[in-house]
Every structure is written in structure tokens, then in C-alpha cells.
Design a protein around this ligand. Sequence first.
Ligand SMILES: C[S@@+](CC[C@H](N)C(=O)[O-])C[C@H]1O[C@@H](n2cnc3c(N)ncnc32)[C@H](O)[C@@H]1O
Length: 250
Amino acid sequence: MTKAPGSRAGKTSGRGQRDLRVRVKTAKGRKLSSTLWLERQLNDPYVARARREGYRGRAAFKILELDDKYRFLVPGARVVDLGCAPGGWCQVAVERVNALGEKSGKAVGKVLGVDLQPVDPISGAEIHQLDFLSEGADEQVKQWLGGPADVVMSDMAAASSGHKGTDHLRIVALVEAAAALAFDVLEPGGTFVAKVLAGGAETDMQALLKRNFTKVANVKPPASRSDSSEKFVVATGFRGRPEKGDDQPG
Ligand SMILES: C[S@@+](CC[C@H](N)C(=O)[O-])C[C@H]1O[C@@H](n2cnc3c(N)ncnc32)[C@H](O)[C@@H]1O
């Protein structure tokens, strides 16, 4: 069944219930028992707000806050959302780029979401299940996209290994794969947004982005938990596709 972006369906899937049984590791290495995790969820204003406003998760507010500051989800924009489950970023993108094509007189955008996990349908978004690190994944995404993109955004994160250095390197690999797609499909002037974890190995990526975008910012939006080492790189003003073999990510 197709659901409207504001639909509450999908928010109380098995995913949330499974989370109650695991122990969550924070950036500072502390383990949260399921009771503490539940307490944190219940006291979190973003969790309550997501429920009230019909978003599938508190992550939606991270992209809302980033977009409020950098204004890349404009009406008519074509957006690729990598690591989109359960769908909060897609819901925001659909609303902001007008992917439902309501009779608003604004340009109609496109939202393409991809994740390892299945995602309940989101009206206005095209969603596919895919391991973005698998062979040929970028070609597959380009085929689904069917043209250039204005925004490539990645909230991809591998399940925590419990080892900070390993988690950091894994996320760097995901950011590199996302950046490679961005370099291939972004229109000049386009935007690349990606979640990174503080840890040091992102320096080369930052330098590469600085050469290929007019502005690169590292941001921790208010909705990102202070005990998490995540931050977001927002690269705006893509200078255009570099020559093959020259200045490519990865
Ligand atoms: C923090 S969640 C994304 C939340 C999402 N932005 C939202 O608003 O609902 C990270 C997602 O990255 C996905 N992911 C991790 N590795 C991936 C890969 N190799 N390919 C595709 N998705 C991946 C995970 O399955 C997970 O759903």
C-alpha cells in the first residue's frame, strides 16, 4: 500500500522493536541497556516530534536542519538518498522538492531512495533495495535515476562493529562510494551531503571535495545526538564532472 509522506505507517515496524532487545554503543564507548535506550527515546524531543509530525524517525530532522541552512532540497530538484531506511530523509525530500507534483505551480522533483533493507513505500519516492557497495550498484542507481541529479545524499552507516576505528573506516568506504556516484551524476552546481564519523581517515575525502565543490562544510545539526561522533559533510556548488581517472573518489 502506498503511503503519504506524512503517513505514520512504517514507524512502528519490527525494526524499532528489535532495537529494544539490543545494547546500543554510544560514541564514547558506553553501552546503553535496552531500558536506558528506551528511556532516552521516551525523553527525546525529536522522537516525540517525529511521531507528531508523521516522520518515520528522528533522523528526518537532521536533513531538515541541514536543508534549512544550505537550501539544496529546492522544488524540482532530483535527489538520490543512499541508505534511506526507514525513510525519514525521503519523506522530507518528497515534501521539499515537490515530488508528489501537487498543484502548487512549483517544479516537480524526483526522489530515489536506496537501502540494504526493505523500506515501506513512500508516496512520491521511488525506493529500491540494494547493497550500494555491491558490484555494479552505481550503474544500477544511474539506470533508476535515468538522468542527472541535483542532490546526492548519504546517511549510510554499517551496523556498529563495537570497534570505533573499524566503524570509522567502514563509513569512509560508504562515503567514498557515495561521492563516486555524486561525481558521476551531479549537475554542475549540485550538492553532496554525507554522514561521516570523526576519526581522521576522512582528510583525503575532504580535500577531494574541496577541489570539486565551491564550498565544503562540516556540520553537526542540533538533531544529531551530542554523544554520537557523527557529523555531516555538506558540499555545495559542484564544479562539474572531473576528467576520467583524474581526481576521482576511492
Ligand atoms: C541511519 S540509517 C538511515 C536513516 C535514514 N536517513 C532515515 O531518515 O530514515 C542508515 C542506513 O544505511 C543503510 N546502509 C548501510 N550500508 C549500506 C549499503 N552498503 N548499501 C545500502 N544501504 C546501506 C542501513 O541499512 C541503514 O538503513
